[in-house]
Design a protein around this ligand. Structure first.
Ligand code: F6R
Length: 613
């Protein structure tokens, strides 16, 4: 997830770009860059300095050539290639005559890059993006100008993109295009603008239109022309913006947590993008473990903290069922201080959104000393854990600003399940047809989660009914157990209410004693395999006077008859059920916290990244 901006026709293009990039930093901040069309050159500056990137970029462009009217800018959240200056956008072609910014993921970049190198191009970075200016340079040889060249180039591209391209040969023109990744364009007087999001442009214009998938835009001073890929004109969809900049950064939602929950469908698709080949082979690009190395693994050990630990617990069921591998899942701060039995045939998977959590980092280092193969599932490219691991699987969720993990947890589950499927393929423990079925369900989760999110008002109504409750038990069995743990953690951290997650079958071994009227039991009663059993556990708490909230699947009348309140979710297979069952639990925590007037983005006593023991 990156932020892009472009302007042509304004006397102060550089200021517009820098101001816009500041407004876009919430989309990514590991590096930033701009390119301006000067009279005979493309002036380009790129900075990779984390959260300071845009302010340093402002410093470093103080001596930019004055009076440039056309330029593009980018703020990056890396998905391919380290967050360094070399990989920062804009990227150039070989001649340095074309500059390009990109938000998205080019799925077939490896094959396109090989094609470009074979045609004599030199690629300087490790990004998926850089192939695009070279492809456009190549297409220009047989095209009548930049617009046609971009159109031809995009015919070859698979994946998600919003791009802005400038060329020295047509100095007033920016060509933009979109597939999946967001893009808006607009005008004000003689200036025309493009951006990934509204906040970048709000101070310049509210005369905006949304570019749709597979549309190409020609931005010239004061004019914007939108066509489809074949060149046919299209009628643009105007965008009515009533937000201020802060509301726009939150996409109009009240807070980042809601925005990030609503990004979950996109994040699921992005985490899969380019990793499942049409042949059905799972291709985990940066994992860096050969088929032989994967085949030699006899045990998996997952280490993580907090919500990432819950994602690891969900994955355990998939590794065991699909790949028939024994799996331990440990809380990193415990793993560090026991004496785990690891060897070179153990695959240790560190799961960490930030990649900086000190307990997870230390656990990973300890595992390396035992000669285990260590891989990391992280949301931050080049984080400490990513740098030190033997291989990485990035979650591509984009920056998560709310302290409570939401979209990154779902992305971790998807990434881990892809890895479990890959292991199953290598070990031959799952028939190709069965792999294809899981892959197809994984793709469908984008829509399933969208549907779950759309039921927010039903969850809000339940939260209103529970406004006086102070004690919550979250119960689940099988894959529903980590879901219950995650539901309890979300509720605790943002609402400050007492909540415990428990395996439902353990209830009668102690916790049942505290169940009494006034207690709320939230039970995850999905996942066909264990449903009967969990419903019988629910009867036990109901008989003791607890208020019962059930997460149940559409059409489940049996669950409906037991519940005081229902949180209905779409149906899925058991192993993938946490991906959608977590959603109403996030929403429940959210509404209970908001009803108590709390700041859901910044819960007390907590930090987004925990770098102390
Ligand atoms: C919960 C939450 C924390 C993190 C934990 C691990 O909502 O955000 O429990 O999951 O601190 O952080 P990472 O994944 O960065 O290692």
């Amino acid at each position: 997830m990156c932020g892009i901006i472009g302007v042509t026709g304004a006397g102060d293009a550089l200021d517009i770009l820098l101001d816009g990039l500041e407004r876009l930093e919430y989309r990514g901040y590991d590096s930033a860059g701009i390119a301006l069309i000067d009279s005979s050159d493309i002036y380009r500056v790129r900075v990779a300095d984390g959260t300071h990137s845009v302010s340093i970029l402002r410093e470093q462009t103080k001596d930019a050539p004055p009076g440039c009217v056309t330029g593009i800018g980018h703020t990056r959240w890396a998905t391919h290639g380290q967050p360094n200056e070399l990989n920062a956008h804009p990227h150039l072609d070989c001649a340095g005559d074309i500059a390009l910014i990109h938000n998205g993921i080019i799925e077939n970049y490896a094959e396109l890059a090989a094609e470009m190198v074979a045609s004599g191009h030199t690629l300087a970075s490790h990004t998926d993006t850089e192939v695009l200016p070279h492809l456009i340079e190549e297409c220009l040889l047989t095209s009548d100008g930049l617009v046609e060249a971009v159109r031809k180039a995009l015919e070859k591209v698979r994946g998600a993109f919003a791009i802005g391209v400038v060329s020295l040969a047509e100095p007033d023109l920016i060509v933009a295009a979109r597939r999946i990744s967001p893009l808006i364009v607009g005008t004000a007087g003689n200036a025309s603008f493009l951006a990934s999001d509204i906040p970048a442009l709000l101070e310049r214009t509210r005369d905006l239109v949304v570019v749709e998938d597979d549309q190409i835009v020609e931005l010239r001073p004061g004019s914007v022309k939108i066509t489809d890929l074949e060149g046919n004109p299209v009628t643009p969809r105007p965008l009515v913006v009533e937000w201020d900049v802060e509301a726009a950064q939150k996409d109009g939602y009240d807070d980042f947590m809601t925005k990030e929950m609503n990004e979950q469908p996109r994040v699921i698709a992005d985490t899969m993008r380019g990793r499942v080949e049409s042949s059905g082979r799972i291709f985990l690009d940066q994992l860096d473990l050969s088929r032989e190395e994967l085949a030699s693994i006899t045990k998996v050990s997952i280490v993580a903290c907090g919500s990432s630990y819950h994602a690891g617990l969900v994955a355990k069921y998939a590794f065991e069922r699909w790949a028939r591998l024994p799996v331990d899942v440990d809380i990193a701060s415990e793993f560090r201080y026991r004496d785990p039995v690891l060897d070179s045939n153990t695959l240790v998977i560190g799961v960490s959104q930030s990649g900086e959590t000190v307990d997870s980092l230390q656990a990973m280092r300890q595992a390396k000393q035992s000669n285990a193969r260590v891989v990391v599932v992280s949301n931050v490219v080049d984080s400490s854990m990513a740098r030190e691991a033997d291989g990485v699987l990035y979650t591509r969720a984009g920056p998560e600003i709310g302290v409570a993990a939401t979209k990154t947890v779902l992305a971790q589950i998807i990434a881990l399940e892809l890895l479990a499927l890959r292991m199953a393929q290598v070990r031959g423990t799952l028939a190709e047809g069965a792999v294809a079925e899981v892959v197809s369900e994984l793709w469908s989760l984008e829509g399933t989660v969208q549907e779950a999110l759309a039921r927010d008002e039903d969850v809000a109504a339940v939260a209103r009914e529970l406004v006086d409750a102070r004690d919550f038990f979250f119960l689940g069995r099988h894959a529903g157990f980590p879901t219950a743990l995650e539901g309890a953690l979300k509720l605790k951290e943002i609402s400050y209410l007492h909540a415990e997650g428990y395996p439902a079958g353990e209830l009668k071994h102690g916790p049942l004693a505290v169940i009494e009227p006034g207690c709320v039991v939230v039970a995850v009663a999905t996942g066909g395999e264990m449903k009967e059993k969990i419903l019988s556990n629910v009867s036990e708490v109901k008989a003791r006077g607890a208020t019962v909230v059930l997460v149940a699947e559409d059409g489940d009348t049996q669950a409906a008859s037991l519940a005081d309140y229902l949180l209905m979710v779409p149906r899925t297979s058991t192993l993938l059920s946490p991906v959608k069952d977590i959603v109403p639990l996030q929403q429940l925590a959210y509404h209970l916290a908001r009803n108590r007037g709390l700041d859901v983005d910044r819960p007390r006593n907590l930090a987004k990244t925990v770098t102390v023991e």
